[in-house]
Design a protein around this ligand. Sequence first.
Ligand SMILES: [Zn+2]
Length: 245
Amino acid sequence: MGIYSQIKEQVSTREVAEHYGYKVSRNGMMRCPFHDDRNPSMKVDKNFICFGCQEKGDVIRFASKLFGLPAYEAAGKLIEDMGLLVDLENRPDAKPGIRQKAKRKRQDDVGFQQTLDRVYNVYCDYFHLLNEWADVYAPRAPNEDLHPLFVEAMHQRDYVEYLLDLLLFGSKEDKAQVIIEKGKGVIELEKRIREFKSGDRERTSRNDGSALPAEVGGGSEGASGSDGKRTGQEHGIKRGNDPVL
Ligand SMILES: [Zn+2]
């Protein structure tokens, strides 16, 4: 995958705008930096479009216009500023300086990067599953028993999103910390997600006891929860409460 695609996959224009200090309203509007904009007339999400000056494009174009840089330099700046993980090898059109630097870094800690990617992907998949469960298993009636997967989604979503933030934008120490603390749990979570993906939904959803995965519950060492207890449901899994972080 090309460098631009990798960047676009990892970061939205909105995140970049906010990173550089632009105030974005809840519905994604901000004052356009490309014309004299009194009222927010630029919509930012994955891409951007200004209803005032008609400027529009993707995150690369946004950064390129914002800093007056050619696209490949804007890409390099985004990688650095946003702490993105981009594979620059086999990219003859990437700037040699960037490629060299990335290569040195890769040689330094290629193992770390691989682990980081793996952990990130697992939590990303998990996050998507949680969002799906929050929707699919939402109670349809007020007195309906809550589905365990819905409960899990409610309990875990914010926390997993927080982990993803750390893994993407945290310092190297933050990332290492997550990897070290979550290492074993990630492998079990990976296995569980694989089961879900392979259509083994019934088995897993029936498995009430482990529906709240101890593996992300902080400090329970990935116990499978086979004792039927919802380990971690009430403690340590909310943002900021995790003893691990
Ligand atoms: Zn504009």
